[in-house]
Structure formats: C-alpha cells, structure tokens
Design a protein around this ligand. Structure first.
Ligand SMILES: Cc1ncc(COP(=O)(O)O)c(C=O)c1O
Length: 464
C-alpha cells in the first residue's frame, strides 16, 4: 500500500489538512540519488527534490561523514558576540566569494523563513542607521512565497497564507507579479523616502513555477536603484544552482542588496540558511562603534550544518552539477512539452533551470476538485513522487543528479496518469512551452482536501 498502516498519528504535519492526513501518512524511509523508498519498500523518483532542497541527491556519504567528523570535534557552539566556530568562518568566506555581490558579508540563519525575517529587520535597521527611519514599507509580488514566519506571512503574495492570523505587518504592499510599471507607481505613490525594499523571487517557485517575463528583472532592478529602494532577491529555491547558475542573481545580473538562501545550501541534509549582504548594506552595521544589532539565532552559523554545507558545495562543484542543470534545462522542456496536447492540460511551463510545471485546466479542476490529488495518486502508482500545485500544476524539480531516463519516466508517468483520469492526448500544434502566470500550490490553500471523493479515492497529502 501507499500509506502507512498507523491508524492515527500525533505528528502535526506542516501545510496539511490533518483531518485528511491523520491515518494516511506516506512514510519516506530512505533515499539514494534521485530516488526514495517508502516504509513499505516501494521506490519512487523524487520529482520534487523533496521540497526543492535535495539538489545533490539522497544518500551522500560525504555529507554524513562531514557531519559526523564535525560532531565528534565540536557539534556546535554559540556564535554570538565575538565567538565563532571554524566551519562557520570557512563557509562564510566561501559564500562571500561565491556571491555576485561586492564585499559580501554573510548572516547565517536556520532556514529560509529565518532569512526572510532577518532581511525585513535588516532592511529597516539599515535605513534607521542611515538616518532614514521612515523607510519601512516593503513591496512584494503577488504569487510570491516568502516563508512562514510572521514577517514572511505578511509579505506573502498568496492571500490564503495570510488569512486568520490577526493583524500582520501593515506596511507591506503587494503588486502584480509581472508589472514593473506597478512597482514604480507604488513606490511613487508611497513616496520613495518611505519605501525600504522590494522583495523579489527571481523565479517564483512555490507560487507556481514561473520565470520573470523578458526584461522584467532588469526593469525592476533599475526602478529600485533609481529610487534608492533596496533590492532583496529571495533565492531560497533558486540559490545554489536550481536555475543553471549559482544564483538567479548571477544569471540575470541583478546585483541585489541582499540574497536570501537556504535549501540548496546544504541540500537539506541539515537545516541552514544564509543572508548574503552586499558590503554597502553591511557597512553601517559594521562601522557603528558601540552599536550592537540585537539580532541572531541560537543556530546562526551552526558548526555541523556549516560543515555539511561545505561538503555539499564540494559535491556541487566537483561533479559540476550546476552545469548539469544547464544541460537538463532543455531536456525538461522537450520531455514535458508534448503533455500540452492533453485536453486536460492548460499549459506546460519549463525551460528555465531544472524546473517544470504541467498545469491542468482550471475548469477541469473546478468540475472535479479531486482531479489533482487523484493525479498525484496515479503518479505515485507509477513510481513518481511529487505534489500538485493548487491550480492543478504538477511540480517537476528533481535533484540535479537525476538521469534523463528518470526525467523521461516522470514525463511518461504524467502522460499515463492524465490518460488514466480520462484525458485524451491529441496531436495538435505544439503550444510554446513558456512560463506564464500561475495560480499556486497547496500554500494557496490547496484543493478541498476534505472533499468526500478525495478521502475515498486518494492519499490525501498532496502538499507541504
Ligand atoms: C522563496 C522562498 N522563500 C522562503 C521560503 C521559506 O523557507 P523555509 O521553509 O526554509 O523556512 C521558501 C520555502 O519554500 C521559499 O520557497
């Protein structure tokens, strides 16, 4: 069976409808390369790199050895004040050198949401230190996902993620994801002297996998520069190779003030995030004698996580895995594109990095809200593990080590799964594979996963 046989669970799953998940957990027990095995011994292609983080593949002994060696030496120590641990210093130097920012300084966090929270505080504190304390407004794009701390929840471009948590930060404005003109208009309306930063996911991930329209990033970067607004690139997904360069900021020459990273930093072997800070932004923090920024986390720069990150970057570089993403980029597009011939498919988006989405038509989903989850169930039956985005897009974002045969199996499984649900594939002129706006994933609230048909038919955990 696909699910565990535990009648009930005490584990409160993140991003889950527990009324549906309780008693229906899929327990993933082991992994190797781009494949994982569940507790019942079934093998799956990991089509989503877990939650976009397992870039170097599962089962890397080198990373485990790095963790063990560091733990036997010194698992972790406080990095507050003047204290530091060795791997932390080494990793900081390495990230500073990797970053496209001039004179980059590195502020470590425990994950992506911490990085977002740190960035919001850093931006406001920066302007306060610069004598412009009114620059507190933050502008974000709709469809953007910026993590789940209170700051990130307020920044969310996905309304369902904000609902029901009381008053959030009111000095946040959300703009159309693809409109540079709206960014300029909103900054001018608020008054540039009141705007701290624009937070931008260069390629929107959890919000639906869509790339920036041509010229968009250049334009918004210019608008921010002209108006003195800081540019924050949220690269929690795109950082460390996912879009075929070490950072999206490198690929699109963004010169960001801050780059937020996590996931691929350790490939998820241990939790860790890092905010990469341009020297010009760090400057007032670093050169204000007697002024301490009272911010940091117990695990900021955790020694063992840092050692694992170093080993992870070693693998990435030695095996030229970012180059591998560049090679696979057109392969994903070529393999997924024919799926646009399915009458149930709205469009296929691929072609930027190791990312792809196959979106089911909204009217198909509207007529049958179980279609998406059942599609995921069909994929599981065919040995492919991924999730359904809430508008009905299948997420494709496997580990960088995936073989072309496994990529073809993912595409084949989606084809068969659609057919099993009654979709007919017609030879019609190929639609261009593109990256267009998309309504989002489970982060947007998901399907009605308590729907009776869903509970009856499919494993009800299609997200997270
Ligand atoms: C763009 C982006 N920012 C922030 C986050 C939050 O990261 P975390 O879940 O590690 O807190 C995510 C997580 O998916 C993300 O995709």
């Amino acid at each position: 069976m696909l699910v565990s046989n535990r009648a009930s669970t005490t584990f409160w799953h993140p991003f889950a409808d527990m009324s549906a998940v309780n008693g229906h957990e899929l327990v993933v027990a082991s992994g190797q390369g781009a494949r994982v095995r569940t507790q019942d011994g079934r093998e799956y292609i990991d089509a989503s790199a877990a939650l976009w983080f397992n870039n170097v593949g599962h089962g890397r002994r080198e990373l485990a050895d790095a963790a063990a060696a560091q733990m036997m030496t010194l698992a972790a120590y406080s990095n507050f004040g003047d204290q530091a641990t060795e791997p932390t210093l080494r990793l900081s130097d390495r990230l500073s050198a990797l970053s496209p920012q001039e004179d980059c300084k590195v502020f470590f966090t425990s994950g992506g949401s911490d990085a977002v929270d740190t960035a919001v505080k850093m931006v406001r504190r920066y302007w306060w230190l610069k004598g412009q304390p009114d620059r507190t407004w933050i502008i974000t794009r709709n469809r953007a996902y910026h993590g789940m701390h209170m700051a990130g929840t307020a920044l969310a471009g996905i309304p369902a993620n904000r609902d029901g948590h009381g008053d959030l930060d009111s000095r946040v404005r959300n703009i159309q994801w693809d409109s540079a003109a709206e960014l300029a208009a909103v900054i001018d309306e608020l008054g540039a002297e009141k705007v701290g930063a624009f937070f931008c996911e260069p390629v929107i991930g959890a919000g639906g996998i869509y790339a920036p329209p041509p010229g968009y990033l250049d334009e918004v970067r210019g608008i921010c520069r002209d108006r003195g607004v800081l540019f924050v690139a949220d690269e929690v997904i795109t950082g460390y190779g996912r879009v075929g360069s070490m950072f999206a900021s490198t690929r699109w020459a963004l010169d960001p003030d801050l780059i937020l990273t996590a996931k691929g930093l350790t490939s998820g072997y241990l939790p860790m995030g890092a905010v990469l800070v341009a020297g010009r932004i760090a400057e007032p923090f670093w050169n204000s004698p007697g002024v301490m920024w009272r911010h940091g986390y117990t695990y900021s720069g955790h020694a063992t996580a840092a050692a694992v990150a170093m080993a992870n970057l070693d693998v990435l570089e030695r095996e030229r895995l970012v180059e591998r993403v560049v090679e696979l980029q057109p392969v994903v597009a070529r393999l997924l594109q024919p799926l646009s011939q399915h009458d149930a498919v709205h469009e296929v988006r691929a072609g930027v990095g190791l990312l792809g989405a196959v979106q089911v038509k909204p009217d198909v989903i509207a007529a049958d809200p179980t279609f998406g989850p059942r599609l995921i169930g069909q994929l599981r039956e065919r040995g492919v593990l991924t999730r359904m985005l809430a508008d009905g897009s299948v997420q494709v974002s496997p580990p960088f080590v995936i073989g072309e045969d496994d990529l073809a199996s993912i595409a084949g499984a989606i084809d068969e799964a659609l057919a099993a649900l009654g979709s007919i594939r017609r030879a019609r002129p190929m639609l261009d594979v593109n990256l267009l706006p998309d309504q989002t994933s489970d982060e947007a609230g998901g399907f009605g996963s308590s729907d009776d048909r869903l509970l009856a038919d499919v494993p009800p955990h299609h997200g997270g």
